[in-house]
Design a protein around this ligand. Structure first.
Ligand SMILES: Nc1ncnc2c1ncn2[C@@H]1O[C@H](COP(=O)(O)OP(=O)(O)OP(=O)(O)O)[C@@H](O)[C@H]1O
Length: 368
């Protein structure tokens, strides 16, 4: 099953021309600058905005089809919505808020959802006595309790301070693993995307610039405006291969013969894991370095060499290193190093990786 959104509409100065297909599982992030049209897009899905022309389907459930004259009202679309602010009813208890709009009582599902979001102890309290993070957890539970086919989240963490974001984030991670409902997640935060999403669509001036698996979109040119000189990075979807107990390290397999050592992570062999490697943490050597403290030294082929200008005083070269088929690593080097090494596309080199961070573990990938 997949989610398809197609529409054309002029709103203010923005000419929307959207044609987007998203997977029917896991978290798809919708990203773009302010005014790009993210909220409008999810409002078209939920039925809050009706375009002149378009079609919206969730699996084989048609929500809107201008040609056939189909336009399901919002409440019949089976969509859960979580906004920036929790929008709870102040005069209802948490329990009252949760049960509002629930037509079929299902105690075991209620139990599961309140357990998942750890809000059982809050059921008798009123919204005024809850912290921002608690309110947002209640809002997420309320959206889930309507048993939607699709969950729309419009910057659900944006109104929270950093400690509260950290509090709610694990619940969102858990959610995508435990509840088999696709989520479309609007955000301005690359950190949230790295932790939560499996799919990424970038929107600009009412159009989809690119949409695909997070790792692929992350490596694409569409991401460049958001990746500054210092935080350009590669993302990998790897699998735990084995652990090195003596040195407390874990070997993560990126491709058949490509493995990176990271600080030990708990997990079974074959468990999926997402790794991020900053281009600044990768250096290039023409010969295999010996007697080096760096553990990760990988044979590679130079796939592309690009100049990256980040202002007059910051010039660098971005080199794409092919580690295996469909497995590339970015390295940032200086123009001086480029001349010195006399690097050319196709050259065989060694990539030395100084740091690897784990951004996500066994998330939602289980649904694939
Ligand atoms: N009903 C409307 N009437 C006129 N213009 C509209 C309407 N709805 C949206 N727009 C315009 O469409 C553009 C996209 O707005 P939208 O709120 O969807 O962007 P966004 O990406 O969600 O922005 P932000 O990240 O700031 O929330 C904006 O230029 C906005 O002014």
């Amino acid at each position: 099953m997949s989610i398809k959104v197609e529409f054309k509409q002029m709103l203010g100065d923005t000419h929307f021309d959207v044609d987007l297909s998203l997977p029917g599982n896991g978290i798809s992030a919708l990203f773009g600058r302010s005014g790009a049209g993210k909220t409008t897009l999810i409002n078209v899905i939920s039925g809050l905005v009706t375009p002149h022309y378009g079609k919206v389907t969730v699996g084989d459930h048609v929500l809107f089809d201008s040609e056939k004259g189909t336009n399901l009202p919002t409440h019949q679309r089976k969509i859960g919505y979580v906004f920036q602010e929790s929008r709870l009813f102040p005069h209802y208890s948490v329990q009252g808020n949760l049960l509002y709009g629930v037509t079929e009582k299902d105690d075991s599902y209620f139990d599961k959802v309140t357990e998942l979001l750890a809000i059982k102890p809050l059921l008798k309290r009123f919204p005024i006595s809850l912290s921002g993070g608690e309110k947002q957890r209640v809002a997420i539970a309320r959206a889930l309790l309507s048993k939607p086919n699709l969950l729309l989240m419009d910057e659900p963490l944006a109104s929270l301070d950093m400690p509260r974001k950290r509090e709610v984030m694990p619940f969102l991670e858990e959610l995508s693993e435990q509840v088999n409902i696709p989520i479309i997640y609007v955000t301005h935060s690359l950190q949230e995307i790295l932790r939560l999403a499996q799919h990424l669509a970038i929107l600009d001036s009412g159009r989809i610039m690119t949409s695909g698996k997070l790792e692929e979109v992350w490596a694409s040119h569409a991401m460049r405006p958001w990746q500054s000189f210092s935080d350009h990075s590669s993302l990998f979807e790897g699998k735990i291969a084995h652990h090195h107990d003596k040195y407390a390290l874990t070997c993560v397999k990126l491709a058949a013969n490509v493995c990176l050592w990271v600080q030990k992570i708990d997990g079974e062999a074959e468990q999926p894991i997402r790794l991020q490697v900053r281009a600044n943490d990768v250096s290039i050597a023409l010969e295999k370095p010996v007697s080096t403290s760096i553990r990760n030294v990988l044979p590679a082929t130079v796939a592309s060499i690009e100049e990256f200008n980040a202002g007059d005083d910051k010039q660098s070269i971005t080199v794409s290193l092919k580690l295996a088929d469909e497995c590339h690593l970015w390295a940032t080097i200086t123009p001086w190093a480029l001349d010195d090494l006399n690097l050319n596309v196709g050259d065989s080199v060694y990539a030395q990786v100084k740091g690897v961070s784990v951004t996500q573990r066994d998330m939602a990938l289980a649904h694939h």
